[in-house]
Design a protein around this ligand. Structure first.
Ligand code: ATP
Length: 206
């Protein structure tokens, strides 16, 4: 079994940025967000099953999944929403799990970096051997996300509130990376962590 380091952190904390730094060191990166999109690509088993469940109305005119509409169906006030959410999850979760495992098996580096934004919220932390948390103050998360996604402060705050609180996230970490460092300093920290993880992965194999 591959040694897995889960990388997590709140919205705008720098997960993608840090995962690219690990990737540049030759680490195989498996990204939960990318997989979640991959399993509902046009013609995929996932999308076909969702259309069978909910009809064509969940598709955009170009045949891609209308994510906003699906989210609305799953999270509105209607009494059916919970049932729909459970059924959608029953379709997507096994596909996500299977695809994730395939990528773990295909990984070529000493350990895999598994990027999972909602690691603790979805209770996935025990699936990894090590948990690396990127930590930044909320004010930085808000500033970065507003700049990157052109969203309002209120929208970012709502997302932060729906995620695990910062202190709890830190308490559950094996390693903490300060996501507020200048990028070149962060790179040095990532290098140190990388060497540490190689050692841990070697011990894990023995
Ligand atoms: P999300 O959860 O929303 O997908 P994320 O955790 O993957 O976000 P990134 O997309 O990596 O975060 O970073 C958010 C923004 O902050 C980006 O615009 C990125 O360029 C910037 N950023 C990330 N790390 C740093 C840093 N150390 N210094 C300055 N800017 C940074």
């Amino acid at each position: 079994m591959k040694y897995k380091v889960a990388l997590t952190g709140g919205i705008g904390s720098g997960k993608t940025t840090v995962s690219q730094q690990f990737e540049a060191l030759g680490v195989s990166v498996v990204d939960a967000d990318i997989i979640a999109r991959e399993v509902v690509l046009p013609k995929s088993k996932g999308l076909v099953q969702l259309v069978t469940l909910l009809g064509d109305s969940i598709l955009n005119p170009d045949g891609t999944l209308d994510r906003a509409y699906l989210r609305h169906m799953m999270f509105n006030e209607n009494e059916n929403a919970l049932l729909i959410k459970n059924k959608v999850n029953a379709i997507l979760h096994p596909l996500i799990k299977e695809t994730t495992q395939r990528y773990f098996n295909e990984a070529t580096s000493d350990y895999v970096l598994w990027v999972v934004p909602l690691l603790f919220e979805n209770k996935l932390n025990h699936e990894a051997q090590r948990v690396l948390v990127i930590d930044v103050p909320e004010s930085i998360q808000i500033k970065r996300t507003i700049n990157r996604d052109c969203v309002s402060e209120a929208q970012v705050k709502k997302i932060i509130e729906a995620q695990i609180p910062r202190v709890k996230r830190i308490n559950m970490a094996d390693d903490i990376l300060n996501g507020h460092l200048p990028l070149d300093e962060m790179k040095e920290q990532v290098k140190l962590l990388h060497h540490h993880y190689i050692q841990l992965a070697k011990k894990f194999k023995k």
